[in-house]
Write a protein of this length. Structure first.
Length: 694
């Protein structure tokens, strides 16, 4: 190419840096042979040397090689269009001297330019490498790699190909240059083109004259040039390699200065490609790890949701249905069932997707006959079976896939999850296994709860039966003791009267204990009946005071009422609310010394004690100046069968069930209860009841 071209004292830049065909012009002959040449007839000399003239209407011509040591780097030539001008050997000698000086200057300039360029490139390479390691997002990283490669070598365009692991084709992943976006997603068959050669050889490939390459006419680059109007002159392709595997190719096209790609360019891009490949692999691993982490987090989130649904109810049927529902949802199967595995087969607990196929096994065991079931029950491992469409080996008509997941309790297989799909599918057996583990625990808990509930019901029935059987004789004993005390069969002495009073007191105590036990057992199993209706609290207070008036009078205690006028009616069971108030009042007179004072209060109030409860309540309290409670006793006061160790508290009889039952009765009526107490100063017990809607 012409490095510098002047004609008639004017520089012709449009002719510079354009590749010249081989064997065109005498200048190339001089450069190749390293010999000076002087001719007075340019065209005749071209004919003699069998070269194509590069200039027209030239007569005198002189050219000398530009020698840098033993290497010829070019030609310095002069020519004239004047037929009367001729060059002499003396002028040729002068031209040779100028050429020697020029060659030295060019070499020095090239070295300086190359040094500066390499320094700039290395600095840029270092900076870009740091940028590459600062991002782990795959798409932006690939874009950055290609743009950086084009920038480092100052090229017109570039392409980053990624290798498709399945087909080994090269995919246009990122492009820079004219019509770049039109190329994204296109593919080059494995081993084709310069990029394909770079993959096969695992080495850089340089082509500085693409049109002379083999198969250029059929190449992707040629067809791309034709589509975009771009001209590909020179290519440099470097493979991206990670642990011996080629994952892609960086290809840069046409240096902007028109110069060919040299070894220095190849080495620089190879160094860059090595760093880029590491960055791509790190980004891939990060993305893979991130995807796996996201998948695991999603699975944990789903499993947490499943656990909430499984544990929301301790009903075995509900737990079975929830497990089956999630197993089918995650596996995208069409039908399935879950059942207990027993000696006679599988007892189906829940099923979905089967119309009439399992109707026969509603009350019978399904035989353990299908190969998938047998394999899962014997190995204890999840099984996937793909069925032959010609054979009907499934419960679901047209089923092509069967999945069986064993349910384990400790080391034993206690059940199976059986799923079927009319499509041939692959599912995540690990997830289904974890689901079965969680489900097995929930189902076991539900079964244990059912057993406990059955035991509680049996206990409640027994207590109710005993209570009923005891009440009749106790009523008789109490009645006859009162008749004897009243002298119905004759006058009695003082000792006899004391004995009869002891009998009566113990019968009353026994009756209270039986009633408390009966109430407690019914509350525990949820069988205590409530008859809700609008209730007048003022009447409840009057009835409670009337029922305890005799006991209060016996201890010479006083009672005062602080009940607000015109209280609204409450929505409650009148019998149970009266039972609550009588219990609080009974405790007050029992644990208050003689001549003590008791206050009963009631008011309508905004429900500040239960934000989720009724907005309006009636607040009732019973206050005394009795013995009070220690802080230790206060923490246990609502505990079942709790009795204080305080000597004064022990003087009063009690079952330890009253306050526990009272708290349950209040909460069953959407109320709240609490208390304040100071040791040896007294206690105040509060409770609320919702106001009845008008």
């Amino acid at each position: 190419y012409f490095g510098f071209c002047v004609e008639n004292q004017q520089r012709l830049e449009e002719k510079e840096n354009l590749p010249l065909p081989y064997n065109q012009g005498i200048g190339q002959w001089v450069a190749r042979n390293g010999r000076a040449l002087l001719s007075q007839d340019y065209e005749q000399e071209c004919q003699r040397l069998n070269v194509v003239p590069t200039l027209q209407k030239i007569y005198a011509w002189a050219g000398v090689p530009l020698n840098a040591g033993s290497e010829t780097i070019g030609t310095l030539s002069i020519a004239s269009r004047d037929p009367n001008t001729s060059y002499t050997n003396k002028q040729l000698t002068l031209l040779r001297a100028i050429a020697n000086q020029t060659a030295g200057a060019i070499v020095k300039a090239r070295l300086l330019q190359e040094t500066e360029r390499r320094a700039k490139q290395l600095s840029m390479l270092n900076e870009i490498t740091q940028q590459l390691t600062s991002t782990l997002e795959h798409a932006p990283l690939l874009q950055n790699i290609l743009e950086s490669a084009v920038q480092i070598l100052d090229c017109e365009a570039g392409t980053l190909f990624m290798v498709d692991e399945d087909t080994e084709e090269l995919v246009f992943t990122v492009t820079v240059g004219p019509a770049a976006e039109d190329l994204i997603g296109k593919r080059i068959p494995a081993g084709k083109g310069i990029a394909g050669k770079a993959v096969e050889t695992r080495a850089p490939v340089v082509e500085n004259n693409t049109r002379k390459t083999k198969n250029w006419a059929k190449s992707t680059a040629k067809s791309t040039d034709e589509e975009t109007g771009f001209t590909t002159q020179a290519l440099l392709a470097v493979p991206l390699q990670v642990k011996g595997n080629v994952i892609g190719v960086v290809e840069v096209i046409n240096k902007k200065d028109g110069l060919p790609f040299v070894d220095g360019d190849k080495n620089l891009l190879t160094a860059f490609a090595g760093q880029a490949a590491v960055a791509v692999e790190n980004a891939r691993l990060y993305t893979l790890t991130d995807q796996e982490l996201n998948a695991r987090v999603e699975e944990l989130s789903i499993m947490q949701r499943i656990d909430r649904e499984l544990n929301a109810s301790l009903n075995t049927d509900r737990a079975m249905s929830t497990t089956l529902e999630w197993a089918m949802r995650r596996s995208q199967t069409d039908a399935g069932f879950i059942g207990n595995l027993e000696e006679d087969g599988i007892h189906i607990m829940a099923q979905e997707g089967y119309e009439h196929q399992l109707e026969y096994y509603k009350d019978k065991a399904l035989p353990l006959e299908l190969p998938a079931m047998i394999a899962a029950s014997e190995s204890g491992q999840p099984q996937t079976f793909h069925l032959n469409p010609a054979e009907q080996g499934g419960l679901l008509s047209g089923a092509k896939t069967q999945i069986v997941i064993p349910l384990r309790r400790e080391a034993n297989i206690v059940g199976l999850i059986f799923l079927e799909s009319i499509e041939k599918i692959e599912v995540d057996l690990d997830f289904l296994s974890r689901l079965s583990d969680h489900a097995a625990i929930a189902i076991a808990n539900a079964q244990l709860y059912a057993e406990v509930e059955a035991a509680n019901i049996a206990k409640s029935d027994f207590v109710s039966f005993v209570a009923h059987e005891l009440k009749n004789p106790m009523t008789s004993i109490k009645g006859y003791s009162e008749l004897l005390a009243a002298g119905a069969v004759g006058e009695i002495n003082k000792n006899q009267a004391n004995f009869l009073q002891t009998i009566r007191s113990n019968v009353i105590r026994m009756s209270t204990l039986v009633s408390d036990l009966n109430d407690n057992s019914k509350i525990e199993v949820g069988r205590l009946r409530m008859d809700f209706a609008p209730v007048d609290i003022t009447e409840i207070v009057d009835n409670a005071v009337r029922s305890t008036d005799k006991q209060i009078a016996e201890k010479k205690q006083t009672i005062s009422l602080e009940v607000a006028k015109n209280l609204p009616k409450v929505w409650a069971d009148s019998t149970r609310i009266e039972q609550v108030l009588v219990n609080f009042l009974s405790n007050s007179y029992k644990y208050t010394q003689e001549e003590g004072h008791i206050i009963i209060g009631a008011e309508e109030a905004k429900n500040e004690w239960d934000p989720e409860g009724a907005p309006k309540v009636v607040h009732i309290w019973v206050k005394d100046n009795g013995i009070g409670m220690t802080e230790e006793d206060q923490a246990k006061v609502f505990t079942k069968f709790f009795r204080s160790e305080d000597e004064k508290a022990r003087e009063a009889p009690g079952t330890g069930l009253g306050l526990n039952i009272t708290k349950s009765l209040i909460e069953m009526q959407d109320g709240r209860t609490w208390f304040e107490s100071k040791f040896r100063e007294g206690s105040t017990f509060h409770f609320t009841v919702p106001v009845a809607e008008k």
